[in-house]
Design a protein around this ligand. Structure first.
Ligand code: AP5
Length: 216
């Protein structure tokens, strides 16, 4: 099954993608991770994207769609999760065309619903490994040793765009651009919604059940 996973910043898309790729042998395509890797490696894409990520704004559609086209073209039949793409209606329309060109199909577009106060607490407490990108939370999922990644011993830091002022812009961008995708996917019959509250395992259970039932 190929899946679109969308929702507000901090809803748990990355966390759930990680569980899905391990347990359902899927490939995660996270545009946010791809941009962060490009910034870390100082590639031309990274130089172009950096200002947008730092400000909490969307990278221009032409750049983002080109990137997704490149990744999708290289898949060798493996099921995929689009995490963080599409993020507006123009990207969703471009994705439809892209899938058609590449003879691919997305079966579900799954929205993770999480209330604002919980999003703010998740984003404020999120910590990430600067080396490998492993995700922690200061309260609910701290690394074993403070400031040190369990997986690679790299430094565990706050993501620059998790600072309060940038989070505000990211949430506004979500409301204006990404939330309208709910109606877009309801209209084309791919939409499923899952409550993203509870432990990661509880959310995963809900997702796996929701993926087995018919979309509406
Ligand atoms: P991106 O990296 O995609 O950011 P986002 O959508 O804002 O999502 P997040 O990564 O913040 O959150 P998440 O839902 O993955 O939550 P997570 O699992 O980490 O994009 C970053 C930027 O890139 C954008 O602002 C934009 O500039 C650019 N960009 C990306 N895609 C783009 C596109 N298509 N077009 C244009 N620009 C684009 O969890 C968050 C925290 O909560 C963690 O600490 C985690 O441990 C914790 N947590 C998770 N689940 C639970 C749970 N069940 N209970 C308690 N805590 C939990």
């Amino acid at each position: 099954m190929n899946l679109i996973l969308f929702g507000p910043p901090g809803a748990g898309k990355g966390t759930q993608s990680e569980l899905l790729i391990k347990r359902m042998n899927m490939r995660q395509i996270s545009t946010g991770d791809l941009f962060r890797a490009a910034i870390k490696n100082q590639t031309p894409l990274g130089q172009e994207a950096k200002g947008y990520l730092d400000a909490g704004k969307l990278v221009p559609d032409s750049v983002t769609i080109g990137l997704v086209r490149e990744v999708l073209s290289q898949l060798k039949g493996q099921s995929f999760i689009l995490d963080g793409f599409p993020r507006n209606v123009a990207q969703a329309e471009a994705l439809e065309k892209l899938l058609k060109d590449l003879n691919l199909k997305v079966e579900r577009s799954l929205f993770l619903e999480v209330p604002l106060d919980e999003l703010l607490s998740r984003l404020a407490g999120r910590r990430v490994c600067k080396n490998c990108g492993a995700v922690y939370h200061a309260r609910s999922k701290p690394p074993k040793q403070d400031g040190v990644c369990d997986a690679c011993a790299g430094p565990v830091i706050q993501r620059p765009d998790d600072k309060e002022e940038v989070v505000r812009t990211r949430l506004e961008t979500y409301e204006a651009s990404t939330k309208p995708l709910k109606d877009y996917y309801k209209a084309n019959g791919l939409y499923v919604e899952v409550i993203g509250l509870g432990t990661s395992e509880e959310v995963y259970e809900r997702i796996s059940k929701a993926l087995q039932v018919k979309a509406h």
